[in-house]
Write a protein that binds this ligand. Structure first.
Ligand code: 6S0
Length: 116
């Protein structure tokens, strides 16, 4: 019989497809600009000390390319890390803080829609 993986591959979209679809939508979102590249700690005083595990969308893109995500959950953990770091460092009513809340809501909505 055809192995589960093979059947999954041909049949529905597997978890990796969902990760790539979601990441593409995050990268092209109009409010993604603060999260596209790693925060340069030299240009943001205090960031290195406050944010213990930096994460950004380009690093997530690289991790997908290097097959470093075993499942949708490990991908989701890194996406949430981007927005948790943002909340930790930025005021909710700052430009970057507001972008983070918009992007997190968008991600959660799209992830739920794609998993239906
Ligand atoms: C996500 C984040 N959290 C805290 C600080 C910075 C950032 N983003 C970087 C790209 C960044 C770095 N510098 C500036 C200057 C104006 S907006 C902006 C954004």
């Amino acid at each position: 019989p055809v192995s589960k993986k093979a059947k999954m591959r041909d049949g529905g979209t597997d978890e990796l497809d969902v990760c790539q679809q979601l990441l593409g939508e995050l990268e092209t979102h109009q409010d993604a600009w603060p999260f596209l590249k790693p925060v340069n700690p030299k240009s943001v005083p205090g960031y290195k000390k406050v944010v213990k595990k930096p994460m950004d969308l380009s690093t997530i893109r690289e991790k997908i390319a290097n097959k470093q995500y075993s499942c949708l959950e490990s991908f989701t953990d890194d996406v949430n890390l981007v927005f948790d770091n943002c909340e930790r460092f930025n005021e909710d009513d700052s430009e970057i803080g507001k972008a983070g809340h918009i992007m997190r809501r968008f991600f959660n909505k799209r992830r739920a829609e794609l998993l239906k």
